[in-house]
Design a binder for this molecule. Structure first.
Ligand code: PEP
Ligand code: MG
Length: 757
């Protein structure tokens, strides 16, 4: 906006500010506003229409017949005003009556006026009203005049919201451009169905104050926010260069381009010059960009627009100091959470009772956030494109990750179909629940051990619900992830004892902390956590052996918690046999220390290792004599065998767990374990999927520790399986692997009556 236009907009805003600050009722304020605008723009008519009960109602006018106020009403899409609101677009006409959408309203007396300009009054990206001016002469309004109207419309949206003049229940909250029902496809990361309302992990900022008190101060706020945002982008780019974070490189490149775009910064400054606050100026420029982009139908540009939206929201969050996530602000209702990506600790911050589902733009099957969600029983749909354009805060969503999609603002027919499917699913769940007390025995009498993976105190309830044989993997780091500070020994001990008490006679395998990788702790030394490649970095047992204070505390907590019972303890990421030996020695030293002080010891301590690093497989002869059990962590094992980051969404579907490489690797381990009398199990996500579990049993693995929700389906599969037959079939497959291993196994299951759910 040229500086003279900025000056006149500022003058209008100053006058509006005085009106808004006054104590008059809202209607009087609106009457004053139309007067100010009409005068400032030298126009014969100025009118404000607001959306009430789904209809645009004339709320105030200068120039039209006063009798029309609260009488003239237009539906969305009806007449010029209705189409401005529906399309969220400006209209600028020298002859209103010749426009195809023109609808004549005799009570207004508007036939005298020829030219017409109207702008939408926008709240949370949706039109909640229209501000219009009219002249009797035929003229097109200049760009600067339209700009001024739009700036005023922003201020009006604040006035309207503060006065409660629009009814958010009927206007909907945060509607994007479209209000139609849509189905968005994605990838099933955690199976389940849920309905709830959309909540953004990083909420959009709603601008509350639009008129600046001190323009210079606002300018400084924007400068500082730009600096901070650029710093953040630089840091993200640096991290991405080392493969951290899962942020897409092109996205970051685009972020960077926008973050340093002089044009963007200048336009925001100009908006501040016109009298807006920093927040309102950012939003104002964003509105203008959205409007331009809507006129260009180019999917590539639309993608870039999302990135700019993201960045503008980031700038708004910085400038307004509202940096918290939706979790920190508290959930109010059944929520389907929406994020580009999440860390496991971020997810754990959410209230489990209200969080019904998660939709991610990125995400992968074995990322820890997915595992945590699975443990929480929260369905997750990943790799959903365009969510932030197509879903708005508050939208009703029906998440069906089983079918790999989400219905946004569903139609009645969609809701019906969803409910019918949910009922069927619940019946099937009930059928699985009925298997609770029957053992996982194959048709030919072979007993398989089915245990559950857990990590939070509440997860233990899964034992009774599923009838599992025990907890095959208790991820002790979850307690560390949910704590703001390092959990002290007493707190750790209390948790372990509660878990053992709840498990009763069923075994619990505690895994010592696996921190690092995508499970960074916020309170851990920052430079320790800043690694170029944390999944292969200083994590799990490596960190625990170097910082042995941490492991000593945990050892003591575990040993004391298990006094009078058997303690099963397992070490993660063992890469060489000596690491296991050192960890075991550390535990034994703690046991001796406690013994010397007369503390009641566990009846026995059984030690195990996780096989996640392929190198360990080459040292089985050194390791097996010292261990009681071995548990294969297929999540990490797969990422290291294939050199494919488990958290990278691009690689999420690239390699199959049923690849001959994995099956053959496991086959090589089974024999030595059997010969050494070492109990072998699998505790990665692989074991919780029916076809994969069938293949594992076919290989000769008899202990699976899986996510609780999978116990029913896996038990059903086991009970429909012939053990001898699957052993023979898998042996054949491994010797001469077909190109499509999954297809071969699935076909075989079909032919042999195996229930693959
Ligand atoms: C694994 O890597 O397979 C495993 C079970 O451990 P986590 O998923 O916790 O890394
Ligand atoms: Mg692991």
């Amino acid at each position: 906006m040229p500086s003279s236009a900025a000056a006149s907009a500022r003058e209008i805003l100053t006058r509006l500010h005085d009106v808004m600050a006054g104590r008059n009722p809202a209607q009087a304020k609106l009457n004053a506003v139309v007067g100010i605008i009409a005068e400032a723009m030298d126009s014969e008519v100025c009118s404000i229409y607001l959306l009430r009960e789904g209809v645009l109602e004339l709320f105030a006018t200068r120039g039209l017949d006063q009798a029309a106020v609260h009488v003239t009403k237009l539906a969305m899409g009806e007449g010029l005003v209705g189409s401005i609101a529906e399309d969220v677009e400006v209209l600028n006409l020298d002859e209103a009556a010749s426009h195809p959408d023109f609808a004549y309203k005799p009570e207004t007396g508007e036939e005298r006026y020829h030219s017409f300009a109207g702008v939408p009054i926008i709240r949370r990206e949706r039109a909640v009203g229209v501000l219009a001016v009219q002249h009797s002469e035929q003229r097109k309004y200049q760009d600067v005049e339209i700009e001024a109207l739009q700036t005023v419309a922003m201020v009006l949206s604040e006035l309207i919201a503060n006065a409660g003049l629009i009814d958010t229940a009927t206007t909907g909250v945060d509607r994007p451009q479209s209000t139609a029902a849509v189905r968005l496809p994605g990838q099933k990361l955690v199976e389940g169905m849920a309905s709830g309302h959309a909540v953004f992990h990083q909420p959009r900022i709603v601008v509350e104050h639009t008129v600046a008190e001190d323009t210079d101060a606002e300018r400084h706020r924007v400068y500082a926010a730009f600096d901070k945002m650029r710093e953040q982008i630089e840091r993200m780019t640096r991290e991405a260069e080392f493969g951290v974070d899962g942020e897409h490189k092109e996205v970051l490149e685009t972020y960077k381009m926008f973050a340093y775009d002089e044009g963007w910064a200048r336009r925001i400054n100009e908006a501040i010059d016109s009298g807006l606050t920093a927040e309102a100026a950012i939003e104002r420029v964003q509105q203008r960009t959205r409007q331009r982009m809507r006129q260009i139908d180019d999917p590539l540009l639309a993608d870039r627009m999302h990135d700019l939206e993201d960045l503008a929201n980031r700038l708004l969050r910085i400038v307004s100091g509202q940096m918290g996530t939706a979790a920190q602000m508290g959930l109010r209702q059944d929520t389907i959470l929406i994020a580009r990506n999440l860390g496991p600790a971020e997810l754990l911050e959410y209230d489990k009772r209200r969080l019904k589902g998660v939709i991610l733009e990125e995400g992968s099957l074995t990322a820890h956030v997915t595992i945590v969600a699975r443990a929480m029983g929260v369905p997750v749909l990943g790799r959903v494109r365009d969510v932030r354009r197509l879903i708005a805060e508050g939208d009703l969503l029906l998440l069906d990750s089983v079918a790999g999609n989400v219905f946004v603002r569903p139609s009645a027919a969609m809701e019906e179909a969803f409910d019918a499917k949910l009922t069927l699913r619940q019946k099937r769940k009930a059928a699985f629940a009925a298997l609770r007390d029957v053992p996982p025995v194959t048709r030919d009498g072979h007993r398989v051990t089915l245990m559950v993976n857990a990590g939070l105190r509440d997860d233990v309830a899964a034992l009774d619900i599923t009838g599992a044989d025990g907890i095959g993997l208790f991820r002790t780091e979850f307690q560390f992830l949910v704590s703001a500070t390092l959990p002290q020994r007493e707190r750790q001990q209390r948790l372990y004892r509660e878990v053992l008490d709840a498990a009763g006679t069923r075994p619990v395998i505690f895994r010592t902390v696996d921190i690092g990788g995508d499970k960074a702790l916020p309170y851990l030394n920052k430079e320790d956590a800043d690694e170029e490649n944390p999944a292969m970095g200083w994590r799990a047992l490596r960190l625990a052996l170097d910082r042995d204070g941490l492991m000593k505390v945990q050892a003591r907590a575990l040993i004391e918690a298990a006094s009078g019972r058997t303690l099963n303890v397992m070490f993660p990421m063992v890469s060489e046999a000596w690491e296991f030996a050192e960890a075991k020695a550390l535990f034994e030293a703690q046991r001796a220390w406690l013994d010397a002080r007369g503390r009641r010891a566990p009846l026995a301590i059984r030690y195990g290792a996780m096989l996640e690093v392929p190198a360990l497989a080459e040292q089985l002869d050194l390791l097996l004599p010292d261990i009681d059990f071995l548990s294969v962590g297929t999540n990490d094992l797969t990422q290291f065998l294939f050199a494919a980051d488990r958290a990278n969404p691009r690689l999420a579907e690239r390699y199959d767990w049923l690849s001959p490489s994995i099956l053959r690797f496991l086959q090589r381990v089974i024999g030595p374990c059997r010969d050494a009398g070492v109990d072998l199990g699998v505790c990665g996500e692989m074991g919780g999927r029916p076809v994969e579990a069938m293949a594992l049993i076919g290989l000769g693995i008899d202990r699976l520790s899986i996510t609780p929700a999978a116990v029913g389906p896996i038990k059903a599969m086991v009970r429909s399986l012939d053990h001898a037959a699957v052993r023979a079939f898998v042996a054949e497959l491994i010797a001469r692997p077909p190109r499509d291993m999954r297809g071969a196994l699935t076909d075989w299951a079909g032919r042999n009556g195996v229930d693959l759910a």
